[in-house]
Design a protein around this ligand. Sequence first.
Ligand SMILES: Cc1cc2nc3c(=O)[nH]c(=O)nc-3n(C[C@H](O)[C@H](O)[C@H](O)COP(=O)(O)O)c2cc1C
Length: 309
Amino acid sequence: MGLRLRSPLVVGASSLTDDLDPLCRCVDAGAGAVVMRSLFEEEIRHELGENPDSDAVFRQGVAPYLARIQRLRRALPVPVIASLNGTSPGGWVRLAQSIEDAGAEAIELNLYEPSSGPEEPSGVVEDRLVEVAESVAGAVRIPVAVKLAPGFAALTPLARRFEGAGARGLVLFNRWYQPDIDLDTFELTRELRLSTSDELPLRLHALGALHGRLSLDLACSGGVHTGDDAFKALLVGARVVQCVSALLRRGPGAVAEILASLRARMEGRGLASVDQARGALSLARAPDPRAWERLHYARLLKRPPPARS
Ligand SMILES: Cc1cc2nc3c(=O)[nH]c(=O)nc-3n(C[C@H](O)[C@H](O)[C@H](O)COP(=O)(O)O)c2cc1C
């Protein structure tokens, strides 16, 4: 995306960027960039209540976020990436321009859209997401990355559409915040659970399939908790890895741990730079591309299941 990063570990979008102190400690420990928590258009509209479309009122709602961009820019020696989640076509563009004016070095579009409407086919949802990316990328000069949740039936063609729409990066994946059921109260519950490394393979598959087929820079978001996780993501083609759950659980010290263990792994394989590692095991370059294919899947299912623990 044209950003110069001193390490491939990025602090991902979350409440982590609300406080300067832990964020500075992440950066001191080696984080290469930070993504701010998303600015949610619906939240601004909800908070503003009456006449949220008036220019002055809208600016007032966005002001605290823009002030935070400026504060982080002044305090941090690494790129500050703002994150945006809009709901109306005009809202996305307006917010993106304000973010650019405030000094963010890039924008991550959080295209989080759990579509449950019975009438809207997937193609219509995808068209809308691509339109959003196109309108935002066309309205700002800073690079725009698209952050997707998993579940698209044909990710590579969709990624190509984002590329055509002017996006420069793709962040895979956001996590769906799924409901659970409390059987005592008989209510639906929604609780934000932190990830584990078990969520990484879904990302490895998508990244590995996309690497080398697009000019979009790929970021892995989800399930990166250790240096080994980061190494795997780079090997399938991620340009950077984003961490959130690991940092929320273990604090800013996790940044140094992950980077030290990544470095040790790379040295162990005789890799002098992240560039040398990147994509070495992607679908396009894998020594055994069948490992990515369906044939392998069928074979895997026929193997005896793992022993019970
Ligand atoms: C507390 C919390 C807040 C988050 N806030 C945002 C957000 O504002 N915007 C966004 O795009 N993702 C947000 N995320 C998702 C993370 O950026 C990330 O995509 C996800 O947690 C997967 O990464 P992880 O496995 O390292 O946690 C949030 C996650 C957590 C745990």
